[in-house]
Design a protein around this ligand. Structure first.
Ligand SMILES: *[C@@H]1O[C@H](CO)[C@@H](O)[C@H](O)[C@H]1NC(C)=O
Ligand SMILES: *[C@@H]1O[C@H](CO)[C@@H](O)[C@H](O)[C@H]1NC(C)=O
Ligand SMILES: *[C@@H]1O[C@H](CO)[C@@H](O)[C@H](O)[C@H]1NC(C)=O
Ligand SMILES: *[C@@H]1O[C@H](CO)[C@@H](O)[C@H](O)[C@H]1NC(C)=O
Ligand SMILES: *[C@@H]1O[C@H](CO)[C@@H](O)[C@H](O)[C@H]1NC(C)=O
Ligand SMILES: *[C@@H]1O[C@H](CO)[C@@H](O)[C@H](O)[C@H]1NC(C)=O
Ligand SMILES: *[C@@H]1O[C@H](CO)[C@@H](O)[C@H](O)[C@H]1NC(C)=O
Ligand SMILES: *[C@@H]1O[C@H](CO)[C@@H](O)[C@H](O)[C@H]1NC(C)=O
Ligand SMILES: *[C@@H]1O[C@H](CO)[C@@H](O)[C@H](O)[C@H]1NC(C)=O
Ligand SMILES: [Cu+2]
Length: 586
């Protein structure tokens, strides 16, 4: 299919869909999006660097980051709505009627406070928001994972999340209630901090996501129904900044209204300047391969971890991962180039996302004519661990505890395909967050095998050897930590550790199909932390465990009354019989 032909048709159309129709109240992906900075209009400190002398190499952010004392306040309302991000009308679930949701901005060391109100009142359902990659040290109940650290927020109720921005860089938030975020409840988070590389212009977050025209609940229902073969939900399109056009005659489902005039996201480069792009895979299932025609990129951070800069023409991001790059505008001042993101490692009706990049003097009414970098198939793997060297070096200690996790897939006795870790498929109980239960004295979870609780006891660190016996790669995400990534590969681990004096750290790492991933974490954060596959329908099918870290210390932490009140509210709501948990709950 010739995308450029479709897009030419869009341009020829007299009235492309307006931004409200495609993206609601979001201005992302338009040339009027404000650049970052100037930013933080509510910032009392308008010049200088509030993080002071702290930089990428002199501060261990896990133990000694700054505290500015500044609070960044946001109000989020989660509501149903109707949008046509790619021209195909869909029922969505949005934050503040924006897709993507509002960008949260803070400085390194600030406190972020977000009051989330659940306005999903028609076909009511719960919600929670997870602040991906934030450590939640000393605020373990603010992580947003239902059944782990909180009860869901019922319709018409609010919950205020308040947590420290102890790491800096680029991340995102998303609903963590079943696969709800697939319907649009996602947004970027930018924590300004020091940079090892200078740049002139912060283009800000660039959200990459596969896109389904069917609502999430219907997809989960299909995934969780008996079927002879493993279900493979097929995305309909691939989006950059929540935008892409669509060839309506290829729609697999003809129910919705469809227009071919949605258009693509637009970006602006200044000739000769260095631009920072904050790439985020906010999708459900697909790995993204991001590139810019005729431009190479310098990687400066993976997830929240600044790395020794390296150059590449393509960045691979599994679901949940972020990569910050610097791109020098070496093109012609009249130039226009395609930005591309290819969805891979999953099934997609239309995996090729495009956005238009215009230089200062480019003709904004014409589409780029540039050609892609030529790639066969870059595959699903993240960059070689030998290449990704954290700037702040940390020596890997010996683990206090090593555990083998066997990952498999299979049909249960009802004919439903589930994912298993050590023969156990995860399922949460929204009413019983394990953090609160542990705080209140529960000491064993042997009576709840579906909760997949891995009690780490008093271990000061732990290592997981994850053996993937499935023919699918899985982006594994650990809450509450940056994992040390020791080794990754095909087959089984032979004991090699890549750069033990300073292994790569990040919060999501891909385990290859029929391969292994070895990770380690310091048990410096007592809590109930999800370790799960971030492909959202694998999560639905139970590919998750609960890492219960330092339960003896959890007993002594003070959990605010709000968390208990939320559970009372949720219990009252669930007593009405309206909670229909058809999947693991994650
Ligand atoms: C849209 O898809 C149809 C069916 O595959 C195809 O015949 C048509 O050429 C496509 N339109 C464009 C503009 O590519
Ligand atoms: C960080 O600060 C230290 C002084 O504390 C300085 O020696 C070092 O060069 C700085 N590093 C960077 C990357 O700016
Ligand atoms: C709550 O949701 C309804 C749609 O169900 C919408 O009309 C209303 O504007 C939403 N309220 C807010 C504050 O966003
Ligand atoms: C993305 O897909 C296009 C085909 O549309 C291809 O030409 C290009 O090489 C691909 N890029 C990467 C990085 O795989
Ligand atoms: C998982 O199973 C393996 C055996 O395949 C065993 O070595 C390991 O200890 C088990 N892990 C846990 C956490 O029970
Ligand atoms: C199979 O899994 C589904 C989804 O978790 C569950 O509802 C069903 O009870 C399971 N079947 C059996 C026989 O355990
Ligand atoms: C999982 O179950 C299979 C078959 O019952 C058994 O062979 C295997 O040892 C079990 N694995 C673990 C890790 O318990
Ligand atoms: C963990 O440490 C606590 C003291 O903090 C002690 O009471 C408890 O017995 C220890 N647990 C284990 C399993 O060693
Ligand atoms: C272990 O595996 C690595 C690849 O991860 C390989 O380079 C190395 O040669 C292997 N070592 C041994 C002793 O087999
Ligand atoms: Cu997975």
């Amino acid at each position: 299919m010739d995308l450029v032909t479709i897009l030419s048709n869009v341009l020829a159309a007299a009235t492309p869909l307006d931004q409200i129709t495609t993206n609601g109240l979001s201005t992302l992906g338009t040339l009027t999006t404000p650049l970052l900075p100037p930013f933080l209009t509510n910032n009392p400190i308008t010049d200088g660097f509030p993080w002071g002398e702290h930089n990428c190499t002199n501060t261990n952010p896990y133990t000694s980051g700054p505290d500015t004392g500044v609070i960044r306040t946001y109000d989020f309302t989660i509501s149903r709505g109707i949008l046509s991000p790619d021209g195909y009308e869909k029922e969505v679930i949005l934050v503040n009627n924006q897709f993507p949701g509002p960008t949260i901005e803070a400085h390194w060391g600030d406190t972020i406070e977000v009051t989330v109100t659940n306005n999903i009142t028609t076909d009511p359902e719960g919600t929670t928001i997870h602040w991906h990659g934030f450590l939640q040290q000393e605020t373990q109940w603010m992580d947003g994972a239902p059944g782990f650290s909180q009860c869901p927020i019922p319709p018409e109720k609010s919950f205020t999340y308040r947590f420290h921005a102890s790491l800096f860089g680029t991340s995102w938030y998303h609903a963590h209630y079943s696969a709800q975020y697939t319907d649009g409840a996602v947004g970027a988070m930018v924590v300004y901090g020091p940079s090892q590389e200078d740049y002139d212009i912060d283009i800000g977050p660039i959200l990459l996501s596969d896109w389904f025209h069917t609502d999430y609940y219907s997809i989960v229902k299909t995934v969780m129904s008996p079927s002879p073969l493993p279900p493979r939900p097929m995305s309909d399109n691939n989006l950059i900044q929540g935008k892409m056009s669509f060839n309506c005659s290829t729609a697999t489902d003809k129910i919705g209204k469809c227009s071919e005039d949605a258009g693509v996201a637009q970006f602006h480069f200044q000739s000769g300047k260095r631009h920072r792009l904050r790439l985020i895979n906010t999708g459900a299932d697909a790995t993204q391969q991001f590139s810019i025609d005729d431009h190479s990129m310098t990687v400066i951070a993976n997830d929240f971890v600044p790395v020794e800069p390296y150059d590449t023409n393509v960045v691979t991001l599994a679901v949940g991962q972020r990569t910050d790059v610097i791109v020098e505008a070496t093109g012609d001042s009249k130039g226009a180039y395609w930005i591309r993101s290819n969805a891979t490692c999953t099934s997609s009706n239309q995996p090729y996302a495009l956005a238009a990049l215009y230089y200062d003097d480019a003709d904004l009414t014409a589409l780029p004519k540039s050609s892609p970098w030529r790639y066969q198939n870059v595959g699903c793997d993240n960059d070689q661990l030998g290449q990704t060297v954290p700037l702040y070096s940390i020596d890997l200690g010996e683990p206090a505890n090593t555990m083998v996790l066997d990952m498999t897939a299979g049909k249960n006795a009802s004919g439903i395909w589930l994912w298993y870790i050590n023969n156990s498929s995860f399922r949460t109980d929204y009413n019983e967050p394990i953090l609160l239960l542990t705080k209140d004295g529960k000491t064993t979870y042997d009576d709840q095998p579906d909760w997949n609780v891995f009690d780490m006891g008093n271990s000061s660190s732990y290592r997981f050897v994850i053996n993937n016996h499935t023919p699918k790669p899985h982006p594994m995400h650990l809450h509450g930590h940056n994992m040390y990534i020791l080794d990754v590969g095909i087959g089984s681990w032979n004991g090699t550790i890549i750069r033990p004096t300073n292994p790569q750290r990040r919060d999501v790492q891909m385990v290859p199909s029929n391969g292994y991933l070895v990770v380690q974490a310091d048990a410096d954060n007592p809590g109930s932390w999800a370790l799960h596959c971030h492909m959202v329908f694998h999560g639905s099918g139970g590919l998750a465990v609960d890492i219960l870290e330092r339960p003896a210390i959890i007993k002594d932490i003070q959990i605010p009354e709000d968390s208990y009140q939320l559970c009372k509210d949720w219990q009252a709501f669930s007593a009405t019989g309206e909670v229909d948990q058809i999947d693991s709950g994650l």
